[in-house]
Design a protein around this ligand. Structure first.
Ligand code: ATP
Ligand code: MG
Ligand code: MG
Length: 351
């Protein structure tokens, strides 16, 4: 059997390893941290840093294909890895999604709507951005933000100065605040031969910038559902993408607006583990090794609930709850806000 290399050792890497194992593949993770969620289940672990050139080469040579569970991989490391083994999804998807400015520009060029935005790299930029975008708005670091980190909300133009201080000098984007009715995401996949398969969109509820629940089916009309899937496919095709992508959308009365894309399996796709024959993790593995994709068909209605920090106190009760499929990441509960696991509540058969 062949071996799949995974960059990153978090819960997404762990669940990718489990899926790979079910299909008879071995996995090798590259992750500087020691006791991480994926290290408990992957077959091999390169516990090395991303600036260790020899380690990167040895890692690449020990695997057949390389994928990743996070998008902030240093470009220098990607250059080294790519000289030895294919990286899937490819470099273009990473380049675009590593920076919110590049990402939104790419989406707009594809004809897709995003929040209005302005680049902010200085105090002068900020003044111009506030006069262009106005308030309410959100200032976001262009790179490295997740779970709502690196963001400052502007209720009015007077908040501009404190918001800019929050960015600590990092390049940022001022985004107009979208008055959405709800949020949904499409978990889409594209295979090596270009076929696209999407899961049914899920409806997402965030709390303090962190995903709280995903409910499937989402509240969408038939045409909105078609729109969501077609726009996701447009993004994947434009990137000649191979693998699973999460596309986050705002639902507004004017139509669907793309919030952001993630070139990897996505927290809002965890419901597929108990709602579909082929879940997003297996779908991603299938794509990167060149197997046919699952069709994305959903057999059940599911509510996925993240278990964050103190939610773990409810574990004994959840384990006794009928139709609750508990998934845990094997993490020590060291900080509040840490994603410890999730529960898929099965709500009945689809259709
Ligand atoms: P993730 O963990 O999903 O990568 P992130 O840190 O990249 O999160 P965003 O997805 O940009 O953050 O924003 C987090 C949440 O904040 C969104 O899901 C949405 O609820 C809200 N939000 C972000 N941008 C806007 C906006 N322009 N208008 C209204 N709400 C927004
Ligand atoms: Mg994000
Ligand atoms: Mg997001």
């Amino acid at each position: 059997g062949s071996t799949i290399g995974i960059l990153g050792g978090g819960q997404l890497g762990r669940m990718l390893s489990v899926a790979a194992s079910r299909l008879g593949y071995k996995t090798c993770i590259f992750e500087p941290g020691g006791d991480c969620p994926a290290s408990h289940v992957a077959n091999y672990h390169f516990q090395k840093n991303y600036d260790d050139k020899d380690a990167l080469i040895a890692f690449a040579k020990s695997v057949d294909v390389i994928t990743y569970e996070f998008e902030n991989i240093p470009t220098s490391a990607l250059d080294i890895l790519e000289a030895h083994r294919p990286i899937r999804p490819g470099r273009e998807a990473l380049r675009i999604s590593q920076d919110r400015l590049t990402e939104k520009t790419f989406l707009n060029e594809l004809g897709l709507a995003t929040a209005p935005f302005a680049n902010v790299e200085s105090a002068e930029d900020m003044i111009a951005a506030v006069s262009e975008i106005g308030a309410p708005s959100i200032l976001k670091t262009r790179r490295f933000g997740y779970d709502g980190k690196g963001q400052a909300r502007l209720k009015s133009a007077e908040d501009a100065e404190t918001a800019l201080i929050d960015m600590a000098g990092a390049p940022a984007l001022l985004e107009g605040f979208i008055d959405f009715t709800h949020e949904v995401s499409v978990i889409a996949a594209r295979g090596l031969s270009g076929e696209v398969a999407c899961f049914d969109p899920g409806e997402n509820v965030h709390e303090a910038g962190i995903l709280r629940t995903t409910t499937v089916p989402a509240r969408l009309s038939a045409s909105q559902r078609t729109d969501a899937i077609l726009l996701a496919a447009r993004i994947l095709n434009a990137l000649d993408y191979v693998g699973v992508m999460g596309v986050e959308l705002f639902v507004t009365r004017q139509g669907l607006i793309v919030n952001e894309i993630a070139p990897r399996v996505h927290n809002s796709g965890h419901w597929t583990q108990n709602g579909c024959a082929v879940d997003q993790f297996e779908q991603h593995i299938r794509a990167v090794v060149g197997l046919p994709l699952g069709d994305g068909q959903r057999h059940g209605d599911v509510v996925m609930e993240n278990l964050i920090g103190e939610d773990m106190d409810r574990l004994p009760e959840l384990l006794k709850t009928r139709d609750a499929a508990v998934h845990l990441y094997g993490k020590a509960q060291t900080k509040p806000g840490r994603k410890m696991g999730h529960v898929n509540h099965i709500k009945g058969k689809a259709g």
